[in-house]
Design a protein around this ligand. Sequence first.
Ligand SMILES: [Zn+2]
Length: 310
Amino acid sequence: MLPGPILIIACRKCGAKVRQMSLLSGNTFGAKYWSDGYREAPMLPEYPLITKCPGCKAIYWLDKGKRVGEMDPFSSDPKIPFAEKLSVDDLLSFLKLKKQNKDDETYLRRQLWWELNHSIRKKPGSEFPTTQRTQLMENLERLIPLLNPEDEDQAILKLEALRELGRFEEMDRLRVFVMQEYEWPAEQIFDHAERGDAKVFELEDDSRVFRHRLSVAGVGYYDYAEEKAQKNLRKGDILTLRPEPHNPHDKKAVEVLTPEGKKIGYVPKPQNEKVAELLHSNVELKATIESVYMELPLYDRVGIRIQYGH
Ligand SMILES: [Zn+2]
């Protein structure tokens, strides 16, 4: 982690100063990710954009404060406190104070969401106190219309917000907006929704999962060409992956078969090279059916999950 310069910002009302940290570079080593998009990354901390003045207690955006100086990141001056992030109460009162523009309100409501979820983060499996639960619900109801599903970062947040509200049936409509890099959290979010769980959870590490959902290619051509047959495929069914080195079109082709040897199709081409390589080097791969969505086109209908190691 490489800290950037520290800006000294003075409150425009009373002149009290705070230090605003910045980061030149960092990494996500040792990071924990949560379903609501919150990240605990020791090497990539997120600094607040808005703070409460330690002098007059006014709440202000740091870029609207007065920049009065800069500090070397490695020096320290205990007289000037760090700009603190806002508490739940501060966020609520600031949101009530005046109408925010869309981006600012989205930022504030996301912060509020994260702050409220911290109690569950600290004690997974615990329940919200009633007031907090009401605050969370109200906040999410207001956040959802602000999130644009066509923005890939916002689509995944919207999906999670709907889940935490228990509006599970509305989640499927967002599936088409989830971009490939967010498929792994999205599948875990859908899994929790299926179980009726509406609380924030820590995302499972993705590193041992090749990809959470790959769509089987060629479903329309083999033993599962007919819808009637596809309906027999069940989530969790174990599959066999078999390299097909003599395939005339692609020597990296990998067949996807049921344990009885019936052919569903192929590992999609963008991923088959990696899978073929792993199979060739005798890495143990576990493939299972992740989902079958009859409403999706054939090329996207049968999703599988491939994991390696144990
Ligand atoms: Zn002040």
